[in-house]
Design a protein around this ligand. Structure first.
Ligand SMILES: [Zn+2]
Ligand SMILES: [Zn+2]
Length: 305
């Protein structure tokens, strides 16, 4: 990847440039402005600073990084927009807990309705009965995602949000810095084995049944990490899996994300562990499709029945 586009700047320098009320007011004024580019004098008036020299000094601290100067005036760079977005996404933190919401779907073990819980910026889906609910999972969600929605709209919003950020990672973009996210398919943490014993382990059929392969996405720029169950990654991103469901009357795009457990495969077979090669079979009635996945999340369709 070309380094031309990646400027190396010390983080403390970046944050020092922002650690000033006037500069944040400049960014916010540009963000809220009706026009994209604002002249020096209009910007100075809007921010409410009398002294042009001092105003120019603060603008200079933002220029080239958060603000671009053109012949007509100043406008936000992408980084400047991200700063405003970051401030906005934390605005609702104070109201950041939600009373449990009953989701229109049941746990496959207890049969109880699943609940959506939100605490510490994390959504949890689980039933009330199981001690470790097999239909449950959790995912980080910033509080601003919920802002402005009614309680009854929240499950749909959560589902769409998680679908969107998962797709973002599958497409190779880090949700934090937009750097390249590299996928690695692996057996889940619990089933991780060291390479020396992998041959031995793969011959144990009981192990295979409990294997839950996942995709780990690692951002090559900022180091952020995200995980997604392999079957969910295939349901969200593999055209053969999506069209198989479509041909059998299920539009995956319209399924809330907690209903993916119903679409999830009954048969996951780890054909090889190092490097990993997994066969994932999705079945609907008499039809089935098997997708072979390698370590880098490349897929090929093995067969369709
Ligand atoms: Zn349960
Ligand atoms: Zn990143």
């Amino acid at each position: 990847m070309s380094e031309r586009f990646v400027q190396q700047v010390e983080p403390e320098e970046v944050f020092a440039a922002l650690a000033d009320e006037t500069r944040l007011a400049i960014l916010q004024t540009l963000w809220e402005s009706e026009v994209e580019t604002v002249s020096f004098s209009a910007l100075r008036r809007a921010v409410g600073m009398r002294d042009p020299g001092q105003f120019n000094y603060h603008l200079g601290k933002l220029a080239g990084r958060f603000v671009t100067r053109t012949a007509e005036g100043y406008r936000l760079t992408q980084a400047g927009k991200h700063v405003n977005g970051a401030i906005a996404s934390g605005m609702y933190t104070a109201q950041g807990a939600i009373d449990p919401i009953v989701v229109d779907h049941s746990c496959r073990i207890s049969g109880e309705s699943l609940l959506l819980l939100y605490e510490n910026e994390t959504v949890r889906i689980e039933c009330d009965t199981c001690s470790s609910c097999p239909s449950g999972w959790e995912a980080p969600v910033p509080p601003a995602v919920f802002a402005g929605y009614d309680r009854n709209e929240i499950p749909a919003v959560v589902s769409q949000y998680l679908r969107t950020i998962s797709q973002h990672a599958i497409n190779g973009f880090c949700p934090y810095c937009n750097g390249w996210m590299e996928p690695t398919v692996r057996a889940s943490d619990a089933m991780d084995v060291n390479p020396e014993s992998s041959d031995e382990r793969s011959e144990m059929p009981d192990d295979r049944l409990r294997d839950q392969p996942e995709v780990r996405f690692d951002c090559q720029r900022c180091g952020a990490e995200a995980k997604l169950a392999l079957d969910h990654a295939l349901l969200l991103g593999d055209p053969a899996v999506v069209s198989f469901h479509h041909e059998n009357g299920i539009i995956v795009r319209e399924q809330p994300i907690w209903e993916f457990s119903e679409l999830s495969p009954e048969n996951v077979e780890i054909e090889r562990r190092n490097p990993i090669r997994v066969g994932v079979t999705f079945g609907i009635d008499e039809s089935a499709i098997t997708v072979i996945v390698d370590e880098a999340l490349n897929t090929e369709t093995a067969n369709t029945l």
